[in-house]
Design a protein around this ligand. Structure first.
Ligand code: PHE
Length: 349
């Protein structure tokens, strides 16, 4: 049998293929168990030793060459088909995606933006602090004594690592430590808000171990409770878009403010739905008060010259109220269908 003839035939067939399947058919036809080249090798047994040497060598060479050509043809075909696919399926990334493919803004993100806008218009700038805090910033400087219930294990997440005072770091339980950081690092007048994540060891439909607060702090020479109430009432009317929103301030206690109050907004239930702004039921949305002079002194500011107010707003709570959402956990379980239904389009934010 003529080795070179078989090889030539195989190469001609290979040249004329244009898809991977026929390349594989050629591989089987020549190199498979019953393939033509394999048959040639099998025929060696009928030859003399001398013939075997020459014939064997030439069949093996042909086999090698054919194998190499088959592999490179296969690579070539794959490359062409990938390129074809790429040209055919290419997308114009400058083209706007269909509405159904657009992402949605999370309700909490929308609230973030709105509260920053509203307080920004009142002259507050945004301050920040880390989620992991020192015991001093989260508690001590805020006049929260060692034995205060807020320090107990069921509320606070403690970390293994200790700070320079040999106290364990904590996940901040409120945004109030940003008050301390700001007063320590800047001179009055101070007028900041600090939205951010906060953590408490608590979980049910209205509590999540990670939630959001927004701190407000104003320090100058003459701030008073009237200014505080006025600003908060204006904020709520603007945020909830209700002009004659019914609110009340209830006396309360926080170690870091004196006097302290909590702000409630009125609501009623109409047709099983919560109606905000009127009625005889009350919902608490924030804590506030005049900054305790002890806290001002802890931050090395002269409390005989400066005074101010602070507030801490629950961002998840006001978002749930505004949009009638009942389970805080739905904010954080990453369900895209929920987001599609309850999120906001970019154009509307
Ligand atoms: N830090 C308080 C809380 O988490 C809220 C608060 C902030 C109260 C500022 C008064 C002043 O409940």
């Amino acid at each position: 049998m003529d080795v070179s003839k078989v090889l030539k035939e195989a190469l001609v067939e290979l040249e004329s293929t244009d898809n991977e399947d026929s390349v594989q058919l050629i591989r089987v036809k020549y190199l498979g168990k019953k393939g033509l080249v394999t048959e040639l090798l099998k025929s060696l047994k009928d030859l003399t030793d001398e013939e075997k040497k020459h014939f064997g060598a030439s069949v093996n060479l042909a086999k090698e060459e054919l194998l190499g050509k088959i592999n490179s043809r296969s690579l070539e075909i794959n490359k062409t088909s990938i390129n074809e696919k790429l040209t055919k399926e290419s997308i114009d990334i400058t083209f706007p995606p269909p509405i159904s493919h657009l992402g949605k803004i999370h309700p909490i993100s929308k609230t973030y933006k709105e509260v920053i806008d509203i307080f920004g218009n009142m002259g507050f700038s945004v301050a920040e602090g880390p989620d992991i805090e020192t015991d001093f910033n989260n508690f001590t400087a805020l006049n929260i004594p060692e034995d205060h219930p807020a320090r107990e294990m069921q509320d606070t997440f403690y970390l293994d690592q200790k700070d320079e005072n040999n106290k364990p770091f904590v996940l901040r339980t409120h945004t109030s430590p940003v008050q301390i950081r700001t007063m320590m690092s800047s001179e009055p007048p101070i007028k900041i808000i600090a939205p951010g994540r906060t953590y408490r060891c608590d979980s049910d439909s209205t509590h999540s171990p990670m939630f959001h607060q927004m701190e407000g702090l104003l320090i100058n020479n003459d701030a008073n409770m009237g200014h505080l109430k006025g600003n908060l009432i204006n904020f709520c009317k603007d945020f909830f878009q209700i002009n004659n929103l019914k609110v009340r301030f209830r006396p309360s206690y926080f170690p870091f403010t004196e006097p302290s109050a909590e702000m409630d907004i009125a609501y009623s239930i109409v047709d099983n739905q919560i109606k905000l702004g009127e009625g005889d039921k009350w919902l608490e949305i924030l804590g506030c008060g005049m900054v305790n002079p002890k806290v001002i002194e802890n931050c090395k500011i002269d409390s005989s010259k400066f005074q101010g107010y602070a507030f801490g707003l629950g961002l998840d709570r006001i978002t749930m109220l505004k949009y009638g959402l009942t389970d805080i956990r739905s904010f954080f379980n990453g369900n895209n269908n929920w987001l599609k239904e309850n999120g906001f389009s970019l154009g509307r934010i």
